[in-house]
Design a binder for this molecule. Structure first.
Ligand code: NI
Length: 167
């Protein structure tokens, strides 16, 4: 297993649209293990393959307090959604930046697990928010891009300043 390097916003590669996984192989499963290890090490509650510069539709999530409920979503699709929620979000690709994004309060997702078996999951609350956030990554969208241009430019300035201070 290995800890993978997470792309940092505004890295252009975060805007890549991921491709459907045509076949789940041992290589796919090794990638999923590495993604999970990377997410737990940070620690984070979700990671999309896009964030580790692999442009395939794969997400790992664990929103449990005990960090032992790994969920794997391959080729996820939202088939239903309802309600609205404004939840404070953060992202391993945009460290130190937090803010609200309006999303559906509850969603139904269909996907494949790491054995290629299809499943359907009804999610609400934090899990629903996390899934929508990670699925955005697969479409090349980062959560701060929901905000106004002004707020985004403040985020960029803050990240630039921090980078300068750590050099
Ligand atoms: Ni993220």
């Amino acid at each position: 297993m290995a800890i993978l390097k997470i792309l940092q916003y505004p890295d252009e590669r975060l805007h890549t649209v991921a491709e459907t996984v045509p076949e789940i192989t041992d290589k796919t499963r090794a990638l999923i293990r590495d993604m999970a290890e990377t997410m737990y090490a940070e620690p984070g509650i979700g990671l999309a393959a896009t964030q580790v510069d692999i442009h395939q539709r794969i997400i790992v999530i664990d929103t449990s307090e005990t960090h032992d409920r790994l969920l794997v979503f391959i080729n996820p699709e939202i088939t239903a959604n309802s309600g609205k929620s404004d939840c404070e979000e953060g992202c391993l690709s945009v460290p130190g930046i937090y803010g609200k994004v309006r999303r559906a309060e509850a969603i139904t997702v269909k996907a494949l697990d790491s054995d290629g078996k299809p499943f359907v999951l009804d999610a609400s609350g934090l899990l629903a928010v996390c899934l929508q956030h990670e699925m955005d990554h697969l479409m090349g969208k980062v959560f701060v891009e929901y905000w106004s241009k002004l707020k985004q430019s403040r985020v960029l300035a803050k990240l630039k300043k921090r980078k300068r201070n750590t050099l």
